[in-house]
Design a protein around this ligand. Structure first.
Ligand code: UGB
Length: 597
């Protein structure tokens, strides 16, 4: 009362809470009649931290003490479990099953809600902006958020979505919120109705200074608790508290599709995955790809407990190796020599979750997710930390608390089809040994061209082989730069429907297809061909040859600061020498036939 006069009831409550929880050190420097505004600011922050964690700060510090004690004792969360390789749905692009799942998935899309977790700063990439504003590729310059929204709108159209359209939730954080809002507003929500988009902000959590979970003050401000991100697992808490889930359920929505910020291929697997969830009636379906040992993606594992219980779950990349070593696999996380891949499918953190059981589970857990702590100790005694730590959680740990009767499965897709994340800066990517995924802006862009080329090949097109080139010290395959918008094709059936006769594309070519109805029949491209059409147009190119100087990539060194950051981090820029560009901008049909352009 002396030190801070006129405390409100809620402020008094949090002060008492901190004192009761052994956090008296936070007030040690407080003097009577000094820094009154700073003290109020501090107490407001404590109230916010207390409100934003399920169970408040008392629960947070209790959980922390337990996890810190486990960490000090070297106990890992999977003690008592033996990992083995689980069986999931193996999807092979373009085969009959795949097409059946895609067809079912597109129909189901009208009952979906998309949830993008985009609160991360992307420290490994070292980019100063938000990652979803980065171009997924520079041929059309489409940024990730635009790409995702285009796909959701195309699914909305193709599935005959009802009412207000397919909702999109974006989880932001203090690091990304205002820039995400501005990106949406500056671009008119990329064609979505603003009511369709829900920005939900996750809050950071208090940092901890020692094994007793003593809360840390910010080193530069004695009236501010130091905070750090709590991880993408917060998405379940923010959805629970948003009140949106029951509304969607009433509207008849059935599926939540969770996805991450920078994977230019992620929507290529979504229709089939949604089809798998719907046909197999899965409560949880995780998307996976073959994983290289030690790759920074979790391994989907079947974990069998000493007591016989089993669960299928992601084991995060930093935990897989120690878990394997401690359970009879002395070599740990290594590739199977016969396949060259880890036997454990790699989690790409795209989750399809059935909304009904999800709401029930969240009303039980309040959205809280199993947490972990990863302190960096000063020495082997594990008594003090190099810097403060905090509890973290991951969205893919959602199945950990489900009852054994829940239907938890996963779907394995080809890497070339489904996974090309952008996470690593050029220097780190260049150090990754050849043959292992680089996860860089350079590799992420090249993967998009490759995927489109391989899809066209599956549909019978003649696509010339790629050329090997080095950008930013990374050896990559440069395929013809084929880009299509989801309006042109969402599924393999769409690709096939739009092609007839022979399509031939030479390696140095660029082809952009941006329109709902563009048919190619006997087309040969050696150069750049850009086609776009309004929805009311029906266009066809028949027996057409395109030849021009085309577009090419010019190498840019990431250290060359005369270039903008977005160019430097991918290591090349586009030189537009010559192109053939046709816009079908009138309603009705248009045929271009028997010409060389
Ligand atoms: N994110 C948030 O929204 N909030 C946060 O507090 C933190 C992150 P990273 P990482 O498939 O690529 C995940 O940093 O560590 C968002 C899986 O755990 O890219 O590489 C952030 O904006 C791993 O199992 O994740 O690992 C981004 O969109 C594997 O699946 C997303 O969360 C791997 O991704 C992921 O953040 C992968």
């Amino acid at each position: 009362g002396d030190v801070v006069p006129n405390l409100s009831d809620s402020q008094r409550t949090v002060v008492e809470l901190l004192l009761r929880e052994g956090q008296g050190h936070l007030f040690q420097h407080w003097q009577a009649r000094q820094n009154e505004e700073d003290k109020i600011r501090f107490l407001n922050q404590v109230e916010k931290l207390n409100d934003n964690y399920p169970g408040g700060l008392a629960a947070y510090t209790h959980n922390a003490r337990k996890l810190l004690a486990d960490s000090k004792a070297g106990r890992n969360p999977f003690d008592g479990y033996t990992p083995s390789v689980p069986t999931g749905e193996q999807l092979n692009y373009g085969d009959e099953d795949f097409m059946k799942f895609e067809e079912a998935g597109v129909k189901e899309a009208k009952n979906a809600v998309f949830v993008l977790v985009a609160g991360g700063l992307g420290e490994r990439l070292g980019y100063s902006g938000i990652k979803i504003a980065l171009p997924s590729q520079i041929t059309t310059g489409t940024c990730y958020l635009d790409l995702y929204i285009q796909h959701i709108l195309a699914l909305q159209e193709a599935s005959g979505s009802h009412g207000s359209g397919i909702p999109l939730v974006i989880m932001t954080s203090d690091d990304t919120h205002s820039k995400t809002q501005k990106l949406l507003e500056d671009n008119k929500y990329f064609g979505m109705s603003p009511d369709q988009v829900h920005l939900l902000k996750q809050e950071k959590v208090a940092c901890l200074a020692d094994n007793d979970a003593r809360i840390a003050l910010d080193p530069s401000d004695p009236y501010l608790i130091q905070t750090k991100p709590h991880g993408h697992g917060d998405v379940h808490t923010v959805l629970h508290t948003s009140g949106l889930l029951p509304r969607w359920q009433t509207e008849g929505r059935k599926w939540l599709l969770f996805f991450q910020d920078t994977n230019g291929l992620l929507f290529k697997g979504i229709p089939a995955a949604l089809g798998v969830s719907s046909i197999r009636d899965l409560d949880v379906n995780s998307l996976a790809v073959p994983r290289k040992a030690k790759e920074a993606i979790g391994g989907i594992s079947k974990l069998t407990h000493e007591n016989g219980s089993q669960m299928v779950l992601n084991v995060e990349y930093n935990q897989l190796d120690p878990l394997l070593r401690s359970s009879g696999y002395p070599d740990g996380d290594v590739n199977d020599p016969t396949t060259g891949y880890s036997p454990f499918p790699g989690n790409i953190n795209q989750l399809v979750i059935k909304i009904g059981p999800y709401i029930e589970e969240l009303s039980r857990t309040k959205g809280a997710i199993v947490e972990f702590v990863n302190p960096k100790y000063k020495d082997a005694s594990k008594t003090s930390f190099k810097s403060s730590t905090r509890l973290e959680c991951m969205m893919q740990d959602y199945p950990r608390t489900l009852s054994p009767s829940a239907k938890v499965g996963f779907s394995v897709l080809d890497i070339w089809l489904a996974y090309a994340p952008v996470k690593n800066n050029p220097e780190d990517a260049a150090k990754i040994p050849e043959g292992n995924p680089k996860h860089s802006p350079t590799s992420g862009e090249m993967a998009i061209y490759k995927a489109h080329c391989l899809m066209l090949r599956k549909a019978g097109a003649q696509i010339e082989d790629p050329k090997q080139e080095v950008f930013n010290g990374q050896l990559v395959e440069v395929w013809p730069r084929v880009i299509w918008s989801p309006k042109w094709a969402l599924t393999f059936a769409d690709v096939c429907k739009n092609l007839s006769g022979q399509l031939q594309i030479l390696q140095r070519s660029t082809v952009v297809l941006d329109g709902a109805h563009i048919q190619l029949e006997d087309v040969a491209v050696d150069g750049t061909l850009l086609l776009c059409g309004i929805p009311e147009s029906e266009a066809k190119l028949s027996n057409v040859r395109v030849q021009n100087k085309g577009w090419s990539f010019k190498s840019v060194d990431y250290k060359d600061t005369t270039y903008p950051e977005v160019t430097r981090i991918r290591g090349f820029e586009l030189e537009k020498l010559e192109q053939c560009s046709v816009a079908f901008d009138q309603p009705g049909s248009c045929l271009i036939q028997n010409v060389s352009l």
